[in-house]
Every structure is written in C-alpha cells, then in structure tokens.
Design a protein around this ligand. Structure first.
Ligand SMILES: *Cc1c(COP(=O)(O)O)cnc(C)c1O
Length: 223
C-alpha cells in the first residue's frame, strides 16, 4: 500500500466540488508527511491531545479538521488553530466555540452534525432539533463561529440502499435549511459525508467533503 498513489487515485475520483479530508487519527507524523508530500493539506483528527501535538510538530500550512465528538471543556485547546469543526452537536458546544474563538480573535468554521443513521448513535441533532436551534436565532448573534454546513454519518452496513437513503436524507435536509436560513450566505455550502466504505455513494448524493482514513493510511492500531 502506498499513501501517495492512493491519494492520487482518490483525487481522480472526486468531482471538483468535493474536497478530501485525509483522516490521520492514530497515525504517526511520518505517514501524514507522506500524504503531505503528495499534496494533501487537509487532515482530520478526532482527539484533542493528538491533533494539538500534530499541529505543533507538522507544517503550518496544514488545515486541521476536527471530525469527532468534541467535549465542551476541551474546545479551548483546538480553537486557536483548527480550520473546521465537523461535529457540532449541541447548542452549548457552539456557544463555547464562539466564546473561546472570541478570546483568540478568530472566527471558527463549524458544521452541524445531523443524526441520519438508523442505528442508535449518541451524537448529532435530529432534523427537528436542528430546525429548533436555527429557528431560535441566537446562533445568528455569535460573531466568532461561522456555520458552513452539515456533517453526517451513515449506518455502518453493507446495505447500499440504506446508506444511499441516509445520505439522500442529509442532502434534502441541507437544501431545506439552506433555503430557509442561508439563502444569501454563499459560505453555507458544505455537506461532510462519506468515509472509506461509503464515500462513492456519498459523492453521488451530494457530498462536498469526504473523510477518508483507512483507505489512505491502512488499518488504525488503537492503543
Ligand atoms: C475515523 C473517522 C472517519 C474515517 O473513517 P475510515 O473508515 O477510516 O475512512 C471519518 N469520519 C469520522 C467522523 C471518523 O471518526
């Protein structure tokens, strides 16, 4: 397996509107640098300590995307450098990002995580919870967060029809919310969906950001 050629292969599959987030969690700096030398600049991580350490030791033109569940009390550690937070799943978290970003004079781009999987998952807004959040309007007063779109994860299954339906439901919901609250906001345009086993379907259903780890870097070794 070769990181450089896999990245090239994936890039050739992506339509122009889709960007690749190389999910490097649990993988060492040397592997990230191999992807970097292949031209990759967006990397996704889901642990605060790990992404902070990597940010400090790797080239500064890397865009770090935080893709996992983010605890409110850890927001302050990543807000100074993170480029996009994919998994905003509560109003409280959004408020904390706004507060911490204000302290370091940044505007942090965020995606609202939406629960689309049939399986029980803990994280993400339901469609109704998300509508309520946006209807409430307080988010609109936050000067240090910038809502750029939505993120979702499909059920982990081999049932392609199910996966496609779930991605389709996220795209449909995105279109509804875009039309209602962000019609004049060109930056609200991201739909982060698709991982190693389902990204071709996600692209067909309108993804703009695919988060691919295993296919590029191989299996993760957890310790
Ligand atoms: C780990 C992870 C990925 C990448 O998954 P792969 O199957 O390795 O491509 C994508 N998104 C999120 C939220 C993840 O935690």
């Amino acid at each position: 397996m070769n990181i450089e050629s896999t990245i090239g292969e994936i890039r050739n599959e992506l339509p122009e509107r889709v960007r690749l987030v190389a999910v490097s969690k649990f993988h060492p700096n040397e592997m990230i640098m191999e992807a970097y030398r292949a031209g990759q600049r967006i990397f996704g991580e889901n642990h605060v300590q790990e992404v902070t350490r990597k940010y400090e030791t790797l080239p500064k033109d890397i865009e770090w995307h935080f893709i996992g569940h983010l605890q409110t009390n850890k927001v302050k550690y990543i807000v100074p450098f993170v480029s996009l937070i994919h998994g905003v799943d509560t109003f409280k978290l959004l408020k904390e990002i706004d507060k911490q970003a204000a302290k370091c004079d940044r505007i942090v781009a965020c995606l609202l995580q939406i629960r689309i999987a049939k399986e029980e998952t803990k994280f993400g807004f339901s469609f109704d919870e998300c509508r309520e959040l946006l209807e409430h309007g307080e988010w609109n007063l936050m000067k240090h967060v910038d809502l750029r779109g939505m993120m979702g994860m499909a059920t982990y299954t081999d049932d392609k029809v199910e996966i496609r339906n779930e991605f389709h439901s996220l795209k449909t919901f995105f279109d509804e919310i875009k039309g209602t609250y962000f019609r004049d906001d060109d930056r609200f345009k991201e739909i982060s969906m698709g991982m190693t086993h389902d990204y071709p379907l996600a692209i067909q259903e309108g993804s703009t950001l695919v988060r691919i780890g295993t296919k590029i870097f191989g299996e993760r070794i957890y310790h």
